[in-house]
Design a binder for this molecule. Sequence first.
Ligand code: SAM
Ligand code: SF4
Ligand code: FES
Length: 349
Amino acid sequence: MKNIIKKAEIKHILYKEEITALLSDSSFDNELFKAADRVREKYVGNEVHLRALIEFSNVCGQNCKYCGLRAGNKKIERYSLAEKIIIGFASKAAGYGYKTAVLQSGESGCYSTDQIVSIIKKIKELGLALTLSIGEKTFEEYKAYKKAGADRYLLRIETTDKNLYKKLHPGMSFENRAECLFNLKKLGYEVGTGCLVGLPEQTLESLADDILFFKKLDADMIGIGPFIPNPDTPLKDEEGGTFNLALKVMAITRLLLPDVNIPATTAMETLNPNGRIIALQSGANVVMPNVTEGDYRRKYELYPGKICVYDEPEKCRGCITSKITSIGRTVSKEQGISRHFEKKKTINK
Ligand code: SAM
Ligand code: SF4
Ligand code: FES
């Protein structure tokens, strides 16, 4: 096991069987986490990049079986924020010193392409880098957002097990989601993907495939989180993922994709009160604090127990900064473009 970790740390390549072996044996977890931490420091440094997350609408036309925002969930109170409220949140985020805003929502037709384009342009006027996480769109829509100034796009593949994907995403297709990711790459976005860990019927082999998919896609950012069962979804009685397995998938991802951006995810902190800091010490270099205000945080309930739902942006900003500095890391003052993306751009020049 130690040799596999050493090989991954030096060569950043592993066979599927080696990844599965690492995932199935817990005796060397500490060595794995420490190796991922060393690779993180060597390739992306000690700065932590903060992304201001704006959850601007919880309306969704899809029915992903694990997600509280799914169309079939009638218990959730829906909202879609007006442009000026979204811009207000982004503007305050810039005031708190954030350099990147992330606009996230369910996948719906609530906003026309023109409306999204207008929001993108106004956020760009604030001098922020902008990430979108609004689901599967057409090539033309992605093109319009890019032209308006969007820099990055997050679209998790969720699972690369095609049978499982089909079961969990009625009316959606793995092929279309993968095509969206390749389209985003073609259009010059910094592309983020990722997976859920601990889905029902998910195997360690398929998690190994997920990591290899991130490499094949040549992704710039990878977000990994445990699946947390939501009582208002069809998966309410499932066990859910564990913090430790999600952390291991994340650490191996850092070893194999050394210079990408990897967030310490909110779902990790939901399962472990110190989850984001542990993740930052096991390969992560990004945190995405919520800057949505008031009741909307609570209404954006993907899963129960989501952190910070009763907190305000200013508190979260101070809280996360002190946690980061307490482990000897610094909050970056830059936009924190993925080093991997920057390197590709230089090579292609
Ligand atoms: N609708 C867009 C999409 O699906 O890409 C963006 C918003 S969606 C709420 C963001 C992420 O939430 C998904 O990619 C999924 O991995 C995660 N998520 C949804 N339900 C979850 C759950 N029960 N536990 C953990 N993460 C969950
Ligand atoms: Fe909608 Fe995204 Fe939730 Fe799926 S994961 S139901 S697309 S918000
Ligand atoms: Fe919200 Fe700590 S990050 S209170």
